[in-house]
Design a protein around this ligand. Structure first.
Ligand SMILES: Nc1ncnc2c1ncn2[C@@H]1O[C@H](COP(=O)(O)OP(=O)(O)OP(=O)(O)O)[C@@H](O)[C@H]1O
Ligand SMILES: O=P(O)(O)OC[C@H]1O[C@H](OP(=O)(O)OP(=O)(O)O)[C@H](O)[C@@H]1O
Ligand SMILES: O=C(O)c1cccnc1
Length: 495
């Protein structure tokens, strides 16, 4: 994937918050720049009030890290930045340091298309403080959006119960990359195609579509319009039937369908884009069946999302294909995921790791300290629970207790010996070198499908889902409690 260079003619090192650069400068100035640290990227709540989240965006992250280099043009821009008193923000020696900076971090991450849950790390970065810090904003920008859209797409596809969902979002997406990365994430989340031709070219997503009302309106009659379309694309006819009178439109589609059939071609179907989609799809189905077109598909579109699709399903609407745009690519009901990137440990001069917590008035916001990873346990192919654990602590295969990070009274006993397990953070970069074989988008989509399959349907319920168990292994829980109590000094917890 070369989207950053291809599209932005830049390797994106300046696609960051200014404070990352000022902190980098200050780290360098204070001599802490090379001190080793560990940061974790995680979110605190599943989006859309759902029961799961689908990770996406790692390929962009890899591309960004692989090309992490301050180029002359970037440094020229930083060089002319001035403080209020007219002095340069960044002294030339620091800019020289940036020019020579090579990416040397270790990155471990969950693979794209993995089902993930609150609090567990999606990406773990270990390396010199300066570098870890400089990655923060870009990683969050990439992962937050693509993960959000992949999750929305997964929900929409769950509602569609295996029927094709065509992504139509480009015209309403949040700008250019908002559209492109949304098309990519929507495909990972289960959509069959995109209407966005550039996304097709860049990512290899199948492109598909029908035609617009303007096509119909440009002719004297709807029938002429259908006929002309059939002349141009005899194998790809999905007639948009609702420009004037939906059921009359279906009858016109049938007429052209018969002409096509007389030439040995079959119309694919019709599209309905307004009105009561349950009512019109059922009536259209009857007309199509009676006319001898039982295989003609009915495509529905118009402000669809997982809830309207579920409602149409429960109304037994005769819809076979779902065209979904705005509410998918804008994540209409939740515009951001809210993942964060927090320091969890820092190496001391004597070579030992010091775990770190950030306190908060809200216990929900206290991060998980230390050098940790996450393991998923499976029983007969179904995911049972996720355990966040310290990598250097042994796990007793006979029994381990995991503790809810937000409510220490919620605990679950697991017997690892009886389960299959998968460590979710996979090595991506070692000392700045890529050690991961990047899967194709089709493989990622396939993984997403299998992952969702491994999740019990109670966690996939769109409304009020059953909470999937994610907990801290006991040693990690204890470490976190100790650090919190130490930092609070026992006397300022209830202000
Ligand atoms: N049977 C149905 N049950 C639930 N929701 C439906 C049903 N039929 C249509 N809808 C949804 O209701 C909303 C109707 O929106 P709206 O009133 O804007 O459409 P319209 O007037 O039919 O068409 P237009 O988009 O041309 O204005 C859409 O989100 C559509 O998906
Ligand atoms: O509704 P969405 O989920 O975003 O799906 C894409 C929409 O875009 C097209 O029409 P457009 O919105 O341009 O015009 P219309 O609403 O007037 O048909 C298409 O006919 C869909 O209605
Ligand atoms: O191809 C379509 O039918 C289409 C494409 C974009 C938006 N709405 C519909």
């Amino acid at each position: 994937m070369k989207i950053t260079k291809d599209l932005y003619q830049s390797n994106l090192v300046l696609l960051t918050d200014f404070y990352q650069l000022t902190m980098a400068y200050a780290y360098w100035k204070s001599g802490k720049g090379e001190q080793e640290a560990v940061f974790n990227l995680f979110f605190r709540k599943n989006p859309f009030q759902g029961g799961f989240t689908l990770a996406a965006g790692l390929d962009y992250v890899i591309d960004f890290c692989k090309n992490f280099k301050f180029e002359r043009a970037d440094l020229d821009y930083l060089e002319v930045m001035k403080n209020k008193d007219g002095s340069p923000v960044f002294e030339p020696v620091f800019l020289e340091y940036l020019q020579n900076l090579n990416f040397t971090c270790d990155i471990d991450a969950v693979e794209e298309g993995t089902v993930v849950f609150p609090n567990a790390p999606l990406v773990r970065v270990r390396g010199p403080l300066i570098q870890c810090q400089l990655l923060e904003t870009t990683l969050l920008n990439i992962i937050n959006f693509q993960t959000l859209i992949a999750t929305k797409a997964a929900r929409i596809n769950i509602a569609a119960q295996g029927e094709p969902v065509l992504e139509f979002g480009l015209r309403r997406a949040q700008g250019i990359d908002g559209a492109l990365s949304a098309s990519r994430a929507a495909f990972i989340g289960g959509c069959t195609s995109t209407s966005n031709v550039m996304a097709g070219k860049l990512f290899g997503i199948p492109v598909a579509g029908t035609h617009a009302h303007s096509w119909i309106m440009s002719f004297e009659t709807e029938l002429e319009a259908f006929q002309a379309f059939a002349d141009a694309f005899p194998d790809q006819c999905v007639f948009l039937v609702d420009t004037y009178d939906t059921l009359n439109g279906v009858k016109n589609a049938i007429k052209v369908g018969e002409i096509l059939r007389s030439k040995g071609k079959e119309m694919i179907g019709i599209r309905i884009d307004s009105g009561d989609l349950a009512y019109y799809s059922t009536k259209a189905r009857l007309l199509l069946d009676e006319a001898g077109f039982p295989d003609a598909k009915i495509v529905a579109s118009n402000d669809l999302d997982e809830h309207i699709i579920s409602s149409l399903k429960s109304q037994e609407a005769d819809i076979n294909v779902w065209g979904v745009g705005t509410k998918l690519v804008t994540a209409y009901d939740q515009p951001a995921l809210g993942a964060v990137y927090k320091l969890s440990a820092i190496k001391q001069e004597d070579g030992t790791w010091e775990p770190k917590v950030k306190l908060s008035q809200q216990s929900l916001k206290i991060n998980i300290p230390g050098f940790h990873n996450v393991k998923r346990y499976f029983s007969r192919g179904k995911a049972v629970a996720d355990m966040i654990y310290l990598e250097d602590k042994e796990i007793d295969p006979k029994g381990v207790i995991i503790i809810d990070p937000n409510d220490a009274t919620r605990r679950k006993r697991l017997m690892p010996a009886f389960y299959q397990e998968e460590v979710l953070l996979k090595p991506i970069f070692k000392m700045g070198k890529l050690v991961y074989t990047i899967p194709s988008l089709a493989e990622i989509k396939n993984r997403a499908g299998n992952q969702l399959e491994s999740l019990d349907k109670t966690h996939k319920r769109l409304v009020n889902p059953h909470l999937y168990p994610v907990g801290l292994e006991e040693n990690l829980h204890q470490l976190r409690m100790e650090l919190v109590l130490k930092a609070k000094k026992f006397d300022n917890g209830m202000d």
